[in-house]
Ligand binder design. Structure first.
Ligand SMILES: [Zn+2]
Ligand SMILES: [Zn+2]
Length: 156
């Protein structure tokens, strides 16, 4: 069995974080807001209606399955990178749950984004602001909104 490689593990850990932001964006936009109804879209619709975060543990538990289809990426390189990547993924899901909770309850603490970014996603512009931790992918894919949209017709 090859020896544990701390550098590969650290690189795997760090790569999991940006990967997490993209997975979060993609799943939120295309799975949670999929036009086809499912248990997942229904649950997300309920979250939009309630407009409140669950407990930290509740959100962590809800978001965690989203990482499972991707958590093997690091093992393509080595078992050390694989372990690092999984740990990075778990860390990211925790950060995601925390930022989501703060976005609802203490939006002013989300200083690196417009404070109302997630509130807008819940209300006026559900087709925008899919990113929770970062607005980066919303900007890249043209779904960022920081004010009420000028045009009518955005729908959930
Ligand atoms: Zn949503
Ligand atoms: Zn929310």
């Amino acid at each position: 069995m090859p020896a544990f490689d701390p550098v590969a593990a650290l690189v795997g850990f760090l790569l999991a974080l940006p990967t997490g932001t993209l997975v979060e964006y993609g799943l939120h936009r295309f799975v949670l807001h999929a036009p086809r109804r499912s248990f997942v879209t229904h649950r997300h619709r309920m979250h939009h209606k309630a407009n409140a975060a669950d407990t930290l543990w509740g959100d962590f538990r809800d978001f965690f399955p989203g990482m499972l289809p991707f958590c093997w990426f690091g093992f393509l390189h080595s078992s050390s990178a694989g372990v690092g990547f999984v740990l990075g993924g778990v860390t990211y899901v925790f950060v995601l749950a925390l930022v989501h909770k703060l976005s609802h309850e203490r939006p002013r603490l989300i200083f690196w984004m417009e404070h109302n970014a997630h509130a807008l996603h819940h209300c006026e512009t559900p087709r925008h602001n899919f990113g929770i931790v970062t607005r980066f992918w919303d900007v890249v894919f043209g779904t960022y909104a920081n004010a009420r949209p000028a045009r009518e017709g955005s729908s959930r």
